[in-house]
Design a protein around this ligand. Structure first.
Ligand code: ATP
Ligand code: MG
Ligand code: MG
Length: 554
């Protein structure tokens, strides 16, 4: 690990260790709500919590914050587990807030008995109206002084589903004049007559975040509960509840906040991502244009690249937008070391070598990865008719164009030096064939004087007769602006990039015939690609993971 200074979260922990914490006290958790798939923002939080676990050799729980059965599903639980595992982390325990429903209920009953909670029978609009403003105190509910007996009876009925949804809520009795609006008798429970993906019909009331979260931390002996900055004002309530349910000598978790991470040209909000899926704007949660962990995996991102990204952006106290180019940089760096190089032509034009013998072919040696000698080499077929990229040829060009022109030489990668001779055009003036001659003595690696000759450009190619056709999916940013959800006037879907997916036919060297789903390659001079999960042996499908920053020989 590279030496870096401690981030402010680590400083908090170091400070606690200097004071009254032992190393054995340290324990963390990652607490997703299973209401969607994890996105790159979550990855940052996962890397923070599990990273601390690794650093301090402390357990980290995976806790599902499953307190809202309307939006939560087993499918999401499974996807979250898969993603955390794939990122390379191991949780100590798999926990669910729903496992604590009984304990939370018992504590709520205690609060009622201690005159610290009451059943309010007003509508949510009425309750909101009495909240007051940051400068004006709120008003007490007319139900605030219900007797303990009545509260207990109503609360039990709520739990059993014997009252209507929305008829009552349970509120903490704190202070309607508190400076912190969240302390003005916050709602602890609401009635929801909904089946829960784990507890079924057992509960007809569900705890709200503030009531469930801190107590779950406490029950699991979490020492530091990290959440995003918008929860800063909740800290007072977090502590208030803990104070009421624990005894003074108990070890209490600490909530501390860090800044949410946003990625440019996308959105990191499960709710909005779900909207894209439901409206069919993307094909699924793992559509490779999505910023979800599962989409990144499908697209060819590696766990190492995502961890590197999270580490590079670090942990901060101020919310910011990280440019997506940093994420792209991280995957490029990783794949540059590991991805085998292959040749593929995505916008073909035919190249005919007029002095190459008709019907003949030869299999030329090609290095698999110049960054990794152990990767070895393979053979690629060469013949009289090839495909090259249309943009690699111009009939006439200035001196800065180092690709193929008439009368000039270039090298074909792993093969020969050729010289442009003439073109064939159709009635629209479009070039249909380029004719060239090759220098038979110039074969790469042959050691001849001719093979050492320096020419300015090197082109990739495939043999027309041997090439395999594949579907190639070219992705671009899903949104045309940096922060699609920051516009107050416009909906984020107004900024969708209509060209975020382009499907084309590519021509690949035949070594790719047996490529397996998720296999990764560098299509030389083009970019990094992997095999999509839609791929079959009959119809290969490739995703462009990321373009190449550099291309060899211009
Ligand atoms: P969303 O709005 O996408 O649903 P959330 O915060 O409601 O996000 P949770 O499932 O509650 O989603 O998040 C689990 C953990 O991940 C929380 O601790 C949360 O703070 C953290 N987290 C979520 N989004 C980000 C983000 N963009 N950057 C950093 N951490 C995040
Ligand atoms: Mg949340
Ligand atoms: Mg949420």
């Amino acid at each position: 690990e590279e030496k870096r200074s401690l981030n402010f979260i680590e400083q908090i922990i170091e400070e606690d260790l200097k004071n009254d914490y032992n190393r054995e006290d340290l324990q963390f958790r990652f607490p997703p709500e299973p209401n969607g798939y994890l996105h790159i923002g979550h990855a940052s939080s996962i890397c923070l919590n599990f990273g601390l676990g690794e650093k301090y050799d402390a357990p980290v729980n995976l806790r599902f914050d499953d307190t809202n059965p309307i939006k939560e599903e087993q499918e999401y639980v499974d996807a979250i587990k898969r993603d955390v595992e794939w990122l390379g982390f191991k949780w100590a325990k798999e926990c669910y807030a729903s496992d604590y429903f009984q304990q939370l209920y018992d504590w709520a009953v205690d609060l009622i008995k201690n005159d610290l909670a009451y059943v309010d029978s007003q509508t949510s609009a009425e309750i909101a109206e009495q909240k007051g403003t940051p400068t004006e105190p709120g008003k007490n509910s007319p139900y605030r002084n219900r007797s303990v007996e009545e509260n207990l009876e109503l609360f039990e009925k709520m739990k059993n589903g014997e009252t209507k949804e929305g008829e009552h809520v349970l509120r903490a009795k704190i202070d309607m004049a508190a400076k912190n609006m969240l302390m003005r008798d916050p709602v602890m429970y609401r009635s929801l007559h909904k089946k829960h993906h784990r507890t079924g019909d057992d509960w007809m009331i569900y705890p709200l975040y503030d009531w469930a979260h801190g107590q779950s931390d406490y029950l699991e002996s979490v020492s530091h509960s990290f959440c995003t900055l918008e929860f800063l004002p909740h800290r007072e309530l977090y502590n208030w509840f803990l104070e009421k349910v624990s005894t003074p000598e108990d070890f209490r978790p600490k909530q501390r906040e860090f800044a949410r991470r946003n990625l440019s040209h996308t959105i990191v909000s499960k709710r909005k991502l779900l909207h894209l899926v439901e409206k069919g704007i993307v094909s699924s949660w793992d559509d490779p244009r999505m910023p979800t962990v599962s989409a990144l995996r499908r697209r060819g991102y590696t766990p190492a690249s995502i961890r590197k990204f999270a580490e590079t952006i670090g942990i901060g106290k101020r919310e910011n937008i990280v440019d997506v180019s940093l994420l792209e940089y991280c995957i490029r760096e990783d794949l540059n070391k590991t991805a085998p190089r292959v040749m593929a032509v995505l916008d073909p034009v035919k190249l005919v070598i007029t002095n190459y013998p008709e019907g003949e072919e030869e299999w030329l040696e090609a290095e698999n990865n110049p960054e990794d000698e152990a990767a070895g080499s393979r053979k690629v077929p060469f013949s009289k008719e090839l495909y090259i990229e249309r943009e690699d040829f111009k009939e006439e060009a200035n001196r800065k164009f180092f690709r193929l022109t008439l009368g000039k030489e270039v090298r074909l990668k792993n093969a020969y030096i050729i010289k442009g001779e003439s073109v064939v055009k159709d009635e629209n003036g479009e070039i249909t064939e380029i004719h060239c001659t090759y220098d038979p003595k110039s074969r790469s690696g042959s050691g001849t004087e001719e093979s050492m000759r320096k020419v300015k450009g090197t082109l990739h190619w495939v043999s027309a007769k041997h090439a395999i056709e594949a579907e190639v999916r070219l992705y671009d940013r899903l949104f045309t602006v940096e922060a699609p959800d920051s516009d107050k006037e416009k909906d984020f879907t107004e900024f969708l990039n209509p060209e975020s997916l382009k499907i084309i036919k590519g021509y690949l060297e035949p070594s790719l015939e047996n490529a397996k789903i998720l296999d990764q390659f560098q299509f030389q001079r083009i970019g990094y690609f992997n095999v999509d999960k839609d791929s079959t042996p009959e119809k290969l499908v490739f995703n462009r993971t990321v373009t190449l920053r550099d291309s060899w020989g211009g």
